[in-house]
Design a protein around this ligand. Structure first.
Ligand code: NAD
Ligand code: ZN
Length: 236
């Protein structure tokens, strides 16, 4: 029998790391594909503090475009498969690099959003956090408390990850018997290093992706294919 199916049935501790690929089948563009582009800008040119400081309108227009795109989108069978696995597992942690909120929408419970959430905003002056689901969002959005400029509560290139989430993610990666790495290019750090940490701590690491990535070298197995097909098949 399939070794992963056996491990799933053992219902031990499972940690999952997801990236943009798991939401691609729902219609959320990945960063590496050409459909991830907006007005010919590379995401790396827009998702930085420097870009926001230089031209907050431009960066907010890009986020407004992404929020409009994400708002009507529904989770796909891969998101739901993870909800099912969580329900069957004693200790389950889902670490996601995605900011689209689709794991929560699907019903996942123990989710660590290590790169933030596109529906949260933070004041650049008083730092207060709030939820904002306006589509379109007023450009430039300002803080209700102090009038300061709001920014998306997402981790930009060059910024550090929220300490609490990162610590919890590192713990989950190093305290699981089975680890799935799904739909991530393995190019963004420190997220990719969580897979390495899991492997070093003794987890059986399974990568699911439509192509090989740098993480394929450390994975015990790489299953090439769409996340929804492979996860649905594992649960059948
Ligand atoms: P990435 O765009 O770098 O890579 C996506 C990966 O998914 C690729 O390796 C690709 O081969 C794979 N993939 C594509 N379709 C797939 C499918 N159907 N099944 C399985 N795999 C599939 O994404 P990343 O590694 O997450 O890193 C990019 C950064 O961009 C992250 O920080 C993330 O926060 C952010 N981002 C998030 C979203 C989102 O929230 N949905 C979308 C784009 C980018
Ligand atoms: Zn404020």
């Amino acid at each position: 029998m399939d070794i992963i199916k056996l491990k799933l049935q053992a219902k031990q501790s499972i940690t999952v790391l997801t990236g943009a690929g798991i939401s691609a089948e729902s219609g959320v563009p990945t960063f590496r594909g050409s459909d991830g582009l907006w007005k010919n800008f590379q995401p790396e040119q827009l998702a930085t503090l420097e870009a926001f400081q230089a031209d907050p309108c431009l960066v907010w227009e890009w986020y407004d475009w992404r929020r409009k795109l994400i708002e009507p989108i529904k989770p796909n069978p891969a998101h739901y498969a993870l909800v099912e696995i969580e329900a069957q597992t004693e200790q389950f942690t889902l670490i996601t690099q995605n900011i689209d909120g689709l794991h929560h929408k699907a019903g996942s419970q123990n989710v660590l959003e290590i790169h933030g959430n596109i529906w949260k905003v933070q004041c650049t002056k008083c730092q207060c956090l709030s939820h904002n689901s306006e589509v379109p969002i007023q450009i430039l959005p300002t803080c209700r408390q102090c009038g300061g400029l709001l920014r998306p509560k997402v981790v930009w290139f060059g910024e550090t990850l929220p300490a609490k989430e990162l610590e919890a993610a590192q713990f989950a990666a190093t305290h699981c018997s089975l680890m799935f790495i799904i739909g991530t290019s393995g190019l963004v750090q420190p997220a990719a290093s969580l897979g390495v940490a899991g492997k070093q701590a003794g987890a059986y690491v399974v990568e699911i992706n439509i192509e090989q990535t740098p993480l394929s070298n450390i994975a015990d197995e790489t299953r090439i294919g769409k996340a929804s097909d492979i996860l649905t098949d594992l649960l059948s």
